[in-house]
Design a binder for this molecule. Sequence first.
Ligand code: FMN
Ligand code: SF4
Length: 490
Amino acid sequence: MWTPPQKHKHPIPATRWPSADEAADSLLFAPLEHGALQLAQRSWVPAMVPWRATEDGQVTDDVVDWYARFAAGRPGALVVEATGVRDVPSGPLLRIGDDRFIPGLQRLTAAVRAASAGHTRLFIQLIDFLAVKRRPPADKFFARFLAVDAGHRARLAALQHQPRWLDAPEPELRAALHHAGPESWPALLTPRELRDLEYGYRESVSDLELPHIAELPRALPGLFAAAAARAQAAGFDGVELHYAHAYTMASFLSRTNTRSDGYGASLAGRLRLPLEVIAAVRERIGAGFVLGCRMLGDEVIAGGSDLADAVEFARAFARAGLEFISVSKGGKFDDALQPKVGEAVYPYTGPSGYECMPTVISDQRGPFARNLPQAAAIRAAIRADGLLTPVVAAGGLNSFEQAEGALQAGQADIIAAARQSLADPDWWHKLRLGRGDEIRRCKYTNYCEALDTRHKQVTCQLWDRQGLDAPDVTLSHDGRRRLVAPRWRR
Ligand SMILES: Cc1cc2nc3c(=O)[nH]c(=O)nc-3n(C[C@H](O)[C@H](O)[C@H](O)COP(=O)(O)O)c2cc1C
Ligand code: SF4
């Protein structure tokens, strides 16, 4: 995992918890209403992939237990993990690309409703992602994957001063390219081929030469709209379009999108497909079903979109009638660490990944409330346009003082906490009851995220070894960890 160059270990700041009366009078625990979005309080658990679905993307008992456990803490809203809109195999990640996924999702929505006594609104994050392959062994790459052409021949001939490579048999050429070694590969391969070799092949939205990538603007509005209709049928209160991090829709928004077909390059071009998806989804689900998105306040990569772009995206989304805009940061493939041979590159391992899920090993600024400035700027711009679209802030938010301070200062309308809610799903409820001193506070050391990176069932180090032999405890595949936080004994 990447850590910032200046390493300061930040303590979790001491904080003062509110009394029950103070909580009752706070903005955090005040209702919020905007169109179809009606929250009993302004607390939010954002999407977190727990790696608990079946290999074919279906809801399991463990998925139901995971969400019911968060619902017991009664957040105003809970967002189900990134769920694939296509009907294609994607390992143990939830899917919603066919009607056969609806019954399982119905079980999930019923469980959340029961566990929160109807208090928590439940949304599902809809995601599309492109192909990412594992980093290949170099011999395999040169023998099988590399599409050799006249350019490779010419570069090798020039590098080795041997014209025979211009028409040598292909197997010999492949072997020679391989044996030229890592120091020569940058001169022999295109930058893209070098990336495929060093990080694994991955598609990008600008690959217009690939027919299915060229067709994304025709395919995605229908796929997202059908998925949203299934979410509606399954009993969700709304959907969150995943326009953040390393995935297809964020890549359309990115300044790195160089598509020349009207869906890239300029700001209007990059916004075009995201707006068309919003329009298609809204047309399908109608009013009365919440439609929001998660987007990046900053990609935090060289040549990527920054806060100024994000403000324009958010203004356009607010004008398009979204009922919330949830702001995240970073989480890109572009600067991710090189994976080991046989593993796939992971978007939360580099500097932008750090910005997405900052840890206590940080720079001077530390991990807490680190993304609030982006949420605040986006909210201010939307308000300046005369629109009231609620803005959700996330990223190192872990105390009442900080959450209430941000709401009172108008930096955000809703406070989201992922890891603090994983560390203690009851923390919202404890706050509301004036029992903050019973909160199990997140350490922000990213044990959970390391499990996510390795595609292992996500748990929290603060509770996953407790009471393993209790009768109702379900255990991880290795039998060593419990899968949900122990019940709060009041
Ligand atoms: C294990 C794990 C899985 C995550 N999965 C998702 C996801 O599916 N979609 C998403 O938008 N963000 C995902 N995130 C990011 C969180 O929603 C959140 O933005 C981030 O952790 C920062 O907030 P925090 O400091 O409150 O944890 C995930 C985070 C963690 C720790
Ligand atoms: S594992 Fe660590 S970072 Fe993750 S929720 Fe638990 S305490 Fe927080």
